[in-house]
Design a protein around this ligand. Structure first.
Ligand SMILES: *Cc1c(COP(=O)(O)O)cnc(C)c1O
Length: 235
């Protein structure tokens, strides 16, 4: 990794941390309660190693093959997250190195994860992805179906629900999606009150490069940042 590349990564990282800090304080929150996950799809391993050395120790991938390739060669003690649509036929490749799956969006996938967890003696930590804005192009459980979905999940011994995740619609002005984050937090609080057994509602994964500042103000505990850390992705 070149010196200038490293310098620009350091700059972006500092700026994002500063923004998270300011927004957290503005909302009367502790900045350290917000975890920055680096979204590293298409990012090369040497860049990830440099990022780790700067302090970005959580990485998120959205393709199982890419995750496995990188996890096998990245010689850093990082935490791996899985985001994005997860195909059921790929679940058999997941392992204990996955510290959080953000995109549990359907029963068939829950069943596959529960089976895989049994096979490798691991209880997969998961977030349920909620389609708050009701976009037909996006995955996620509808807010109306969430509670029943969670009750079914609570009976599965090898997945452990830790909270909720959403992807807001893309907008020029992230203020326009504040309601999405507010709504997800409301759902979390409602479910917390219900006290569903075996389910935790500690984590709210919301906010990406474009809108994380607003998400932090609305209660995000995890923000998923790709392009504003690592640059625009080229596929
Ligand atoms: C790609 C991706 C991100 C990161 O997006 P950026 O806009 O590059 O920060 C976050 N969450 C999910 C689910 C993604 O697929």
């Amino acid at each position: 990794m070149s010196g200038s590349h490293l310098e620009s990564l350091q700059k972006s990282y500092d700026a994002i941390r500063q923004e998270i800090r300011e927004r957290a304080l503005k909302a009367n929150r502790k900045p350290e309660d917000i975890l920055l996950v680096g979204v590293t799809k298409t990012v090369d391993v040497p860049v990830m190693q440099a990022a780790y050395d700067l302090g970005i120790t959580h990485f998120a991938e959205n393709r199982v093959q890419e995750y496995l390739r990188k996890a096998d060669i990245l010689n850093r003690d990082c935490c791996w997250h899985f985001i994005g649509r997860l195909q059921t036929n790929k679940v058999k490749y997941l392992d204990q190195r996955i510290k959080l799956i953000h995109s549990l969006d359907r029963m068939e996938l829950a069943q596959a994860l529960d089976n895989r967890g049994k096979a490798i003696n691991y209880r997969f930590p998961v977030l349920v992805q909620v389609n708050v804005a009701g976009e037909s192009t996006k995955a996620g459980i509808s807010p109306e179906a969430l509670k029943n979905f969670l009750i079914t999940l609570s009976k599965m011994g090898n997945i452990h629900v830790k909270g909720l995740m959403t992807i807001a619609p893309y907008t020029e002005d992230p203020e326009d999606v504040r309601y999405v984050f507010r709504e997800l937090r409301k759902l979390l609080v409602d479910i917390m009150r219900e006290r569903v057994e075996n389910i935790n509602m500690d984590e709210l994964s919301m906010g990406m490069s474009n809108d994380y500042a607003i998400a932090v103000e609305e209660g995000a505990t995890i923000v998923r940042i790709g392009s504003s850390l690592f640059g625009e992705r080229v596929y």
